[in-house]
Write a protein that binds this ligand. Sequence first.
Ligand SMILES: [Zn+2]
Length: 298
Amino acid sequence: MGVSAYLKLSIVVALVTIALKTGAWWLTSSVGLLSDAMESVVNLAGAMFALAMVIIAARPPDEDHPFGHHKAEYFSSGFEGTLIFAAALAIIWAAVGRLLAPQPLERLGLGLALSVLSSVLNGVLAWGMLKKAREHRSVALEADARHLFTDVWTSAGVVIGLLAVAATGWLWLDPLLAIAVAANVAREGWSLVRRSADGLMDRAVEPAVQQQIDAVLAGFAHPTTLRFDHVSTRRAGQRLFVDLHMHMPPGWTLQRAAALRSSVEQALMAEVPGLRATIQLLPMDVEAHFDDQAERVL
Ligand SMILES: [Zn+2]
């Protein structure tokens, strides 16, 4: 099975999980189970957005989008993150109300059975994804699998908590669990929003990648005949961009300069996969001033 097949399977499993856990909440009226169902919505959103990324972001550049479609993912992650964050707050609100006015739980056995069933489903999927991720060394798939395992533990916590409610009659335990789970969901929703905001505002590449780029340039630079400056980077989804100046002696032929630029480009792309370099050729003592701003930020 390929990565996109796993993503489609994740979507199906997330939908089934949401149905089972919502059913469990409806049967028992436990806010803990409702909160746990919300956690699966995060997985559904995550898988849908990963799949959209695979489909849309992989589309080649066209006339209207000459730089490609790599930023498409940020629309969906921003939208989904906002919805998830808002829903988590609504659950916390409901749970606080329940904490103040406790309500007995009903048909707990059946509700917990549904919850356990959905956890088993998620556990099996996570295990399969982890195996696949190791075969293909896919960091994204591995992250998804680990997230899914965390959910299985969260659900187990809720089930154990509800068993404790049944054993002790401590009704306040249910909303308390709901608040803990919902707080985690809110955190995840918020991180989706932040991630899309970073992407839309052209955040620079990670410092480690920046260092790789600097090292490649340093390998070519020469104190008197070759200088690189105005280096600025940005990330758009999986694609990385770097813009920079290459300053050289004014007497060099264009042919010589272009050949060197090509070597620098190739070295950069070999060092950083997915990098697209735009290199301006300039004489040693001439500067292009339109992007002085960018230099100060870096
Ligand atoms: Zn310059």
